[in-house]
Write a protein that binds this ligand. Structure first.
Ligand code: NOJ
Length: 483
């Protein structure tokens, strides 16, 4: 598709001379020559979008792929909205060439995808499946040919079912199997892909999958087992960082994509900012804090009491293996205020009237995109950060004229990006931003009802229609500036 054709899809061409008639002529004037330089991102800022294997690929029985816990879970009656599964999803497995062409037309500089573990090791361990390896090599080559830098996540929740049958993330053997898989996969892709994230959102797949059971594997294992599982997962992460470095070509960068609990000062006064600093460490004690510091906070261990995990110093050293970058997935803010208590903060819960996007959990807190990377870099001296996910769900509909006017998503992105810009212009070392998501896709237990794409997908025909937000984002990328 050439650029003109892409823009014609919605008719919302963005060049000054060709804006559609719905824009009043007074708004069609050229911008003033003196657009404030302050709105610009640094040259080379990496604008991208993100997806995940089970959410977009489909083709679950093709290419020698094994069964994942999400195949099992989504095919279990009553577990997902409308009984939706990822069997077909966006059919990205077959349509990635066209989707990459679309990314290129939008000007994306980078794309974050994930590898489905059961495509590489259908049985979790053992003999690798060459067809799976070849698929991801072809995907990466197509991205590179389009001038798009690939960022690869090694685990975005599609655990091989055989490994869940052996205890899943509660098992030490599974932690070791993950490191073997991660090392092998990074090894075979590292001649062409230079950035790897070990895991996506540990907190989500642990707590939603094993504590409240709304996600695969749908268990409720209780507090004690959860604490040990959390420890096992960060241990698996640490082992995998070492395995990737042992197998990948020199120069490869390793990080993770963590949904850091986004402690945000309820008012930007010194005492509430200090409270957010304390909260950042405590709220993330079992994930980012132990990964960065190699120790659990005394408050975390004390709160768990007899349910605290068993661990050794050697394991903590593995968990603390240094990273090249930290990826932050950020959607909502966790407001805190100062308090005269043991930890120096209390959480401020959202009142019932607090505004949210189409997913009820997705409350709007743009300034979290300023505070979270800032606090993470300051507290742990992190030198390279990416926003590995940010975006929102909307009740998108194709209008009679064929366009999708997701003005609420544009509002969301504009506000969050303005806060990101605030941080970057103050020197917070965020090097890139990945919008979640490129395409409407399989939103886990919410099925296809909750659309997160900047490109609309008609799941009956697989037709892609860039939404208003895609044009907004295209303009941000082209000008390296929030509009
Ligand atoms: C985080 C997850 O990584 C992604 O898979 C999910 O679709 C988005 N958040 C939106 O819920």
């Amino acid at each position: 598709m050439d650029r003109r054709k892409f823009l014609q899809t919605t008719g919302l061409t963005l060049g000054a001379g060709s804006l559609p008639s719905l824009v009043p002529s007074v708004l069609r004037a050229e911008p003033p020559a003196s657009t404030p330089a302050a709105a610009k991102f640094p040259a080379g800022f990496l604008w991208g979008s993100a997806t995940a294997s089970y959410q977009v690929e489909g083709a679950v029985k093709e290419g020698g792929r094994g069964v994942s816990i999400w195949d099992t879970f989504s095919h279990t009656a009553g577990k997902t909205a409308n009984g939706d599964t990822g069997d077909v999803a966006d059919d990205f497995y077959h349509r990635y060439p066209q989707d990459i062409e679309m990314m290129k037309q939008m000007g994306l500089k980078t794309f974050r995808f994930s590898v489905a573990w059961p495509r590489i090791f259908p049985n979790g361990t053992g003999q690798p499946n060459q067809q799976g390896v070849d698929f991801y090599k072809k995907l990466v080559d197509a991205l590179l040919a389009a001038g798009i830098e690939p960022y690869c996540t090694l685990f975005h929740w599609d655990l091989p079912q055989v490994l869940q049958d052996q205890g899943g993330w509660e098992s030490r053997d599974v932690a070791k199997a993950f490191a073997d898989y991660a090392g092998y996969t990074a090894g075979v892709l590292s001649d062409r892909c230079k950035h790897f994230m070990t895991m996506n959102e540990m907190r989500s797949f642990c707590e939603i999958g094993y504590a409240d059971g709304r996600h695969a594997p749908g268990l409720q294992i209780g507090r004690k087992r959860m604490a040990q599982l959390n420890h096992n997962v960060v241990y698996a992460h640490g082992l995998s960082v070492r395995a990737i470095r042992a197998h990948a070509k020199p120069g490869v960068k390793v990080g993770l994509a963590d949904n850091v609990e986004a402690a945000t000062p309820v008012i930007e006064t010194p005492e509430h900012i200090e409270a957010a600093r304390h909260a950042m460490r405590e709220l993330n004690a079992m994930y980012q804090t132990v990964i960065q510091e190699g120790r659990y906070t005394p408050h975390y261990l004390k709160t768990l009491g007899d349910d605290a995990p068993h661990f050794t110093q050697e394991e903590l050293d593995v968990i603390k293996t240094p990273l090249d970058f930290v990826g932050i997935n950020l959607y909502t803010a966790h407001y805190v205020r100062a308090a005269d208590n043991e930890v120096g903060y209390v959480s401020v819960p959202a009142p019932e009237s607090y505004p949210h996007m189409y997913s009820p959990w997705l409350t709007i807190g743009p300034e979290a995109l300023y505070w979270t990377p800032k606090l993470v870099s300051e507290i742990w001296n992190v030198k390279t950060l990416y926003i590995t996910e940010n975006g929102c769900s909307s009740a998108d509909k194709i209008a009679e004229d064929g366009h999708v006017y997701d003005t609420d998503r544009v509002m969301y992105l504009r506000n969050y990006l303005t806060q990101l810009h605030r941080g970057v212009s103050e020197g917070v070392p965020v090097k890139g931003y990945f919008c979640w998501s490129l395409l409407d896709n399989y939103e886990w237990a919410d099925g296809y009802d909750k659309r997160f794409g900047i490109v609309y997908v008609d799941f009956a025909t697989q037709k892609r229609t860039p939404k208003l937000s895609a044009h907004f984002y295209e303009k941000v990328i082209a000008d390296n500036e929030v509009k």
